[in-house]
Design a protein around this ligand. Sequence first.
Ligand code: CMC
Length: 428
Amino acid sequence: MSEKATLTIGDASYNLGVSIGSEGEKCLDIGLLREQSGCIAMDPGFGNTGSCFSSITFVDGEKGILHYRGYPIEELAEQASFVEICSLLIYGELPDEKTLTKFRNALAEHTALHGNLTHHFSGFPESAPPMAILSAMLNLVSCFHPDVLEVYSEGHGFDRTAALLLSKVRTIAAWSYRMSVGKPFNHPNPNLDYCANFLHMMFSEPYREYIPNPVVERALSLFLILHADHEQNCSTSTVRTVASSRANLFSSIASGVCALWGPLHGGANSAVVQMLEDIRSSGRPVDYYLDKAKDKSHDYRLMGFGHRVYKNFDPRSLILKEKVYDLLAELNKSDPLLDIALELEEKTLKDDFFISRKLYPNVDFYSGILLRAIGIPLDMYPVMFAIGRMPGWIANWRELHDQNLRITRPRQIYTGAQKRSYIPLSER
Ligand code: CMC
C-alpha cells in the first residue's frame, strides 16, 4: 500500500490503506473499520464495493475498455478461438500449440454424458426452461464423477474437472433443446471442434447430419468469446460466494447459472429479441416504446440497454453489431428485427433520458439477433450465455481458491422491531 486515506467520523479520525491496481484503479481498505469505529460500509447492490483483487479481466466502464488477462477484447474477438480463450482465462496465458492441443484433447475426451444420465432428461416436462435443466443437470453430472466433488485446487484434479465442465455443458445444453422439441439426442462427435460439435448435437437429424459451416461456427465462437468473462458481475459474484464456502466447482457453477438466468443479467438476450418481436408485431412506432421506457409510472425498460459498469459504449456490443451485419450478409439472410434495433439505438443516442443516464446498448442488445441468424431457439439464448461464461466462472473459482479467500459474509444494518416480549396466541 503506497497511499493512505483518512476518514473522519465525528471527532475521531481513522487511517485507511489505499491499494492501487495495475491499471491505476484505487480502493480504500475498510476491513478493520467496524472494529475501530463501530461503523460498517453500506452499499446495496455493491455498486462501489470491491470483493477481491483479481488478475483475470479488466473493465474500464468510463472508456469502454475490456481486457482478458491484458489482451483487448477487440483483438481476441478478431483472432482467437473460444477454446484458446478458455485456456487463457483459466490458466492466465495464451496457450502454445502443445498446450492448446492437450487442452482440446481433454475437452474432446469428456464430451459424452454417462449412460445413466440420459433418462434424467425425460424426467423434465417438455416445457422446462433450458436454464433450469442446465443448472439441475450440472449438479447431477457431478454425482456421476464423485472425484470432482473433492476438487479444491490445482494438483487435486482441477484440470480434469474444468475440462469436464467446459465439455459436458455443451452436451447438456444441446440435449435439453433436443428434449424440449421431442427429438432424439445426438451423441457428441469428438472429431469436431468445440463449436461444430455443439451445432452437430443441436441440429443433426437422423436423416440429415449437420454440415459444418465455418461462417456459423466462427460466429458462435465469437459470441462465446465475448461472453467468456466480465469480472465481478452478478453470476460470477454468486459463483465466488458459493465457492467461498469451499463448495465444489460444479455446484458453485450451477449456482452461477441460476444467477445468470434473470432478465437483468443473462436472460436479457432473449428478452431483447422478445421486445423487438413485440415492437414489430404491435405495428406501433419505436417512439411509443421509448416513451414507455422513460415513463416512471411503470417499470418497463428497454432490454439490452444500460450497464452497471459501462457508462459509455459496451465494446462487446460494438463488435456484435458489426458481426451481425457480416453474418447476415454471409448467410444471405435479412432480419427485420435488426432494423428495429438500429432505429432504437439511433433514437436513444439522441434522447436526453438515455444520454443523461449514460444508457448505451450492452452485450445483449445485438447478441440475440446473431443467435437468431445461427438458428438457436429463443429460450436457449441464456444457456448460450452460460456456455460462454463457463471459463470466466471457472477462472474466478480457481483464483478464489488460490488466494485462499475468507468465506463471503456481508453485514447488514438491522431496521426491524427492537427487543420485545413474546405474546401468547390467546392474548393476540
Ligand atoms: N431502460 C430504461 N431505463 C433504464 C434502463 C433501461 N434499460 N436501465 C437503467 N435505466 C434507468 C433507471 O430507471 C434509472 O433511472 P433513474 O435514475 O431515473 O431512477 C437509471 O437508469 C439507473 O438505473 P439502475 O437500475 O439504477 O442501474 P443499475 O446499474 O442498477 O442496473 C442494469 C443496470 C443493466 C440492470 C439496467 O440498466 C437494466 O435493467 N437494463 C436492462 C436489462 C439488461 O439489458 N441487462 C443486461 C445487462 S449487460 C449483460 C449482463 O450483465 O448480463
